[in-house]
Structures are given as structure tokens and as C-alpha cells.
Design a protein around this ligand. Sequence first.
Ligand SMILES: NC(=O)c1ccc[n+]([C@@H]2O[C@H](COP(=O)([O-])OP(=O)(O)OC[C@H]3O[C@@H](n4cnc5c(N)ncnc54)[C@H](OP(=O)(O)O)[C@@H]3O)[C@@H](O)[C@H]2O)c1
Length: 175
Amino acid sequence: MNITTIGRGNIGGGLAARWRKAGHEVQELGRDGGDASNADAVLVAVPSGSIADAHGKVSGLQGKVVVAATNAFGGRNEQFPSLAHEVKSITGGPVAKAFNLNFAVLYDKIDEQPERPGQLYAADDDAREVTEQLIRDAGFDPVPAGGLDNARVLEDFLAAFIGFGQSFYRFWRPA
Ligand SMILES: NC(=O)c1ccc[n+]([C@@H]2O[C@H](COP(=O)([O-])OP(=O)(O)OC[C@H]3O[C@@H](n4cnc5c(N)ncnc54)[C@H](OP(=O)(O)O)[C@@H]3O)[C@@H](O)[C@H]2O)c1
């Protein structure tokens, strides 16, 4: 896949490295923006208060499949039910919430784990397949948490998640 990341910091740069290792072409954009026309998938990993600003500097986003990793550390625009919905209001295409409940600082430890860590995501149906592939190719097992309506649930779960400290998680069905 051709992937564009909006944000090239801990999350954007960290996932870009993982996805390149899995064979994808990844373009990383910072605050100067750029063009995402060639992207099959877009990752949004900027501070929550910069979503509108960051998207305003990137062309070719209309209708793209977008995965939003953003958490609300920088506050949120309460006009939208979630940060993922704010992204969707700009791009107009399928959106997923994923990679918000993980620690970028642990990305280089994923491959050492005895089992693949889980990655919770909530997504529009049209974003589901691409999101699951991106999750797998980053080294995680996808954990579906419903449609995009549940994006806010995943964003709000951050408070509990960081309370446990740097960690991986898995969900599994009983044998
Ligand atoms: N760190 C984590 O473990 C973690 C985990 C889950 C979710 N998240 C979420 O992921 C997002 C990114 O976190 P991070 O730790 O990767 O942050 P980071 O390392 O500080 O990187 C932020 C990136 O956003 C870009 N940026 C900042 N302001 C911008 C603007 N106005 N317009 C366009 N781009 C802008 C920066 O561009 P430049 O490169 O040009 O400076 C940089 O590439 C945040 O919403 C955070 O809550 C982080």
C-alpha cells in the first residue's frame, strides 16, 4: 500500500517504520503538510488541537480511508462526537479509530513478545479491511470494537489505559 502519515513523531514515525518493514511505501508529513493524492490509506497522528490545521495543509485527502490515532491530550472540539468524527468531517471518506490505545515507546518491543499484542479499533465498514491490515502489518492483532460511533469510547478509555502504565494487551475468546 501507499500510506501517508499526517504527523511523523512518536506515532506517525513509529508506525511508518513498522509499515516500511512490512513492505509498504510510506510518506511522512509534518506541520508543513504535503500531498496525499497517491495514498491508499492515511494515518492521522497530530495533537488533537491541530487536526483542522494539519488537514488544511494536506491536499488530496477527499474520500481517502483515514485511520485516526489522535488522543485528546490537547483538548477536543466538542462540536464533534469524537476526534475521529472531526477528521471525517474534513476528509469525507471512511474513517477508523486505531492506534490511540498503545504506547509508541513500545513499538520496538512488539516483535519480542511471546504473542502478538492486541490493538482495539472502531471503524466505518468501508475502513475495516484496510485498518485491520495496517494493524496486522504493524505487528498487532486487530480487536474490533464496533463502528465509528464507538470512537469516543476508545478515546475516553485512555484515562484507564494509561493508569495501568506502559503495556500491551490481548483479548481472546475462550477455548
Ligand atoms: N506517543 C504515544 O505513545 C501516543 C499513543 C497513542 C496516541 N497518541 C496520539 O497521537 C498523536 C501524536 O502523538 P505523538 O506522540 O506522535 O506526537 P509527536 O511525537 O509530538 O508528533 C506530533 C506530530 O504532529 C505534527 N504536528 C504538530 N502540530 C501540527 C500542526 N499544527 N499541523 C500539522 N502537523 C502538526 C508534528 O509535525 P513536525 O514533525 O513538523 O513537528 C509531528 O510530526 C497525539 O494525538 C497523541 O495523543 C500518542
